[in-house]
Design a binder for this molecule. Structure first.
Ligand code: IPD
Ligand code: CA
Ligand code: CA
Length: 259
């Protein structure tokens, strides 16, 4: 398993995403009330799967647009062909292809590529995290009040149910005690921005493995911490994820509601 091959596949797939970003005919349809999918999500995923099948035949391929069933396999690659589809549809250049390789329940390789801004994030377990060749390190900030925090809103918010309530309650508790909130629209990049030291933390509920599989390793390799909202080791079955520079983790969790 080779990081250069994985990067190359993401770079090639990026050409399809870039073409779609410039096109007025994105072929948008609805998976849910506000959950969009485009022809380019499907086309990019099909390309990635075809390439990965040839290069990494021993891995189970778990792509957002084609996978059904379990998330747990001994060797798996989690694929989000476009993380940030709403941004993609609206012409906001904040989106990425996310490829996360996991073995025996641990991340080993990660690539997150924003083809519009030409930012290639990657990490290898034990060898660090990088963006366009530059080594990444989380922010040294240790005061929550000075921390910029990224988050996201689950598509289930439209039901105004427990997910919506959790989002609102967390924000009500947290907002007076932090510098500010950012909702940028692509969880994979939120995690990369944390690894890069641009934000101090990130939290969200209802994310899927393809949203976070790559970003988790990039954060860890940049010196950050990942857990669930109970401050226990994160598992794909968890409803919530909390990621930080490690220094504001406990302070942040204090204001987040248990779910
Ligand atoms: C979404 C983005 C968004 C997050 C949503 C995700 P998609 O992924 O990562 O930031 O808030 O929960 O589902 O649908 O654009 O691949
Ligand atoms: Ca996603
Ligand atoms: Ca997606």
């Amino acid at each position: 398993m080779n990081i250069d091959t994985l990067k190359q596949i993401a770079l090639e797939a990026g050409k399809i995403v870039k073409e779609g970003y410039a096109s007025h005919h994105k072929g948008v349809s609805h998976k849910g009330v506000v959950d969009l999918v485009t022809e380019f999500d499907v086309k990019t995923e099909a390309f990635i799967i075809d390439q990965l099948k040839k290069t990494f035949p021993e891995y189970t391929l778990i792509g957002e647009e084609s996978h059904h069933g379990s998330y747990h396999y001994e060797k798996a690659i989690y694929i989000d062909p476009i993380d940030g589809t709403t941004n993609f549809v609206h012409g906001i250049p904040h989106l990425a292809i996310s490829l996360g390789v996991w073995e025996q329940g641990r991340p080993t390789l990660a690539v997150v590529y924003n083809p519009i801004l030409e930012e290639l994030f990657w990490a290898v377990q034990g060898e660090g995290a990088y963006c366009n060749g530059k080594r990444l390190e989380v922010s040294p900030q240790n005061k929550l009040q000075n921390a910029l925090i990224a988050t996201g809103f689950p598509y289930a918010k439209v039901n105004a149910g427990i997910e919506y309530q959790w989002v609102i309650n967390c924000m009500t508790n947290l907002l007076p005690h932090i510098q500010d909130i950012r909702r940028l629209g692509a969880a994979a990049i939120d995690l990369c921005y944390l690894a890069q030291g641009k934000v101090e933390a990130f939290y969200e509920i209802d994310l899927k493995p393809w949203d976070v599989a790559a970003g988790i390793l990039i954060v860890q390799e940049a010196g950050g911490k990942i857990s669930n909202v109970d401050n226990q080791p994160f598992d794909f079955n968890d409803k919530s994820i909390v990621a930080s520079n490690g220094k504001v983790h406990q302070q942040l969790i204090h204001y987040l509601e248990k779910i």
